[in-house]
Write a protein that binds this ligand. Structure first.
Ligand code: SF4
Ligand code: SF4
Length: 443
């Protein structure tokens, strides 16, 4: 019986539009844009200047802060400019703009690492060697979190007994991890085994929703003798939230204000595992990823393999352009993604999906009146009372929201907003309250 949890919602999946089509490689555009913030932590500073020539895989952004991630060029060419540019977060961020020369000349240091990587079995590396390869590759959590992977692994070394691969991909429309698993399964599995060895655990659990039949069938045939176990989850949103995956696999809860590592767990995304394989076994930096391009206003929904730094306008054109007048563009899923106001924003390391909706799909045009129906409470997977958080938040009673309504436990899944018949912007109100409260104060 697939694992489930109390609360949650069943939005239309809309995954079949892209799930079964093999991915296509998107041609590199003439100009690519590399914001110096693609990760959680300190932004990078450019290591190049206008007019410099750059190679594929060359570091173009660096920070010596402990929590940060290197940024590499995904093409060869010339630095056309360095200036503030639109970022998917809605802010302007310092961005290195590279004019592609279409030669794809690989950086000498990447070729050197590639040759060296071949000399040793990736499963014979020491934890330090693996962490260094991941750091040099600039890998971050590719499921959307963007946390630098080298720092994450180092901070939990010696503390982990449960390694979980989160392949739930529970947001509607998105099939990027599913396609990656189907098309790069051996690489992802070897990446998981590298992680197991590095973290010193004898097994890992790959948790996946029951609607990914093709990947599940393939996994059943390939997992024997790998130490990787399969856990099938019921298809339900937000099954893929880190807290719910951990509860599904271990039966334990991450206490409020604590991290998975505090209860001996580490959770990684399948795309990050494939990137770990690329870094450790081949010496390659993270310069491309699978991205789902879908939604009612997209002519030919599919998955594309995209170079980091590509404007989303290129993905839309490659997927047949608009089939309806576009009303809403989202990076990420319809439940937790970020609305975009320009198609000149870029594919970052964390971008798993670009969705474009026409009228009446993915839209909430509500009456903005709470009728006290309680639906938001019944679907909340964290057992919160979103209507009251909104109410007290509007009155400015943030401490009450924190102490009595446990607003900090909200995982911002958006299930309450989705289910609310008035389509009240509950998750936005909750985010606002959390912002006003600021970070948790250490006692
Ligand atoms: S209150 Fe937070 S955790 Fe609960 S349903 Fe709403 S967004 Fe999700
Ligand atoms: S679901 Fe919407 S209308 Fe119903 S109680 Fe919650 S906020 Fe009010």
């Amino acid at each position: 019986m697939p694992y489930s949890f109390k609360g949650g919602v069943h939005p239309p999946e809309n995954k079949k539009r892209s799930a079964f089509k093999p991915s296509e490689i998107l041609a590199a555009p003439e100009r690519l844009y590399f914001p110096m913030q693609m990760h959680v932590g300190a932004p990078c500073a450019p290591t190049v200047k206008k007019g410099d020539n750059v190679c594929v895989g060359q570091v173009i952004g660096f920070s010596d802060a402990p929590i940060s991630a290197l940024i590499h060029s995904s093409v060869s060419g010339t630095v056309a400019d360095i200036k503030e540019w639109d970022h998917p977060s809605g802010r302007k961020v310092m961005t290195v703009i590279i004019e592609n020369d279409n030669k794809f000349t690989v950086a000498p240091e990447v070729l050197e690492r590639e040759a060296k990587a071949k000399e040793k079995d990736p499963l014979d590396r020491t934890p330090e060697e693996v962490i260094e390869a991941i750091r040099l590759a600039g890998i971050v959590g590719m499921g959307g979190a963007g946390f630098p992977t080298a720092f994450k692994i180092r901070s939990v070394l010696g503390q982990i007994h449960t390694l979980i691969i989160n392949a739930a991909e529970c947001e509607p429309y998105i099939t990027a991890d599913n396609r990656l698993l189907v098309e790069r399964m051996d690489d992802a599995l070897l990446g998981i085994r590298i992680l197991m060895k590095t973290l010193g655990v004898s097994h890992a659990t790959l948790a996946i929703e029951s609607n990914k039949e093709e990947a599940i069938e393939m996994l059943r045939e390939r997992l024997d003798g790998t130490g990787i176990m399969l856990r099938i989850l019921r298809t339900k949103y937000p099954q893929g939230s880190e807290k719910h995956i951990i509860r599904a696999v271990t039966g334990r809860e991450v206490p409020p204000g604590k991290l998975p590592g505090d209860i001996g767990c580490a959770v990684f995304n399948p795309a990050s595992c494939a990137a770990i394989y690329d870094a450790v076994a081949k010496g390659l930096p993270l310069i491309s990823r699978f991205v789902t391009i879908s939604g009612s206003a997209i002519g030919n929904p599919q998955n594309l393999r995209v170079r980091i730094g590509t404007p989303i306008s290129c993905l839309i054109s490659a997927a047949g352009g608009y089939s309806l007048p576009p009303q809403r563009i989202i990076i990420g899923g319809p439940m937790m993604g970020t609305a975009q106001y320009t198609t000149e924003v870029l594919v970052l390391k964390t971008c798993n999906s670009v969705l474009v909706f026409g009228e009446n799909e993915g839209l909430h045009a509500g009456s903005a009146i709470c009728i006290r129906c309680g639906k938001c409470v019944s679907v909340c997977p964290m057992r919160l009372q979103p209507l009251y958080i909104r109410l007290y938040g509007e009155k400015g009673e943030y401490e009450y929201c924190e102490k009595k309504l446990n607003v900090r436990d909200c995982i911002e899944c958006g299930a309450c907003s989705y289910k609310c018949p008035g389509h009240l912007p509950l998750v936005q109100s909750i985010r606002f309250v959390k912002q006003r409260l600021g970070p948790v104060k250490k006692s």
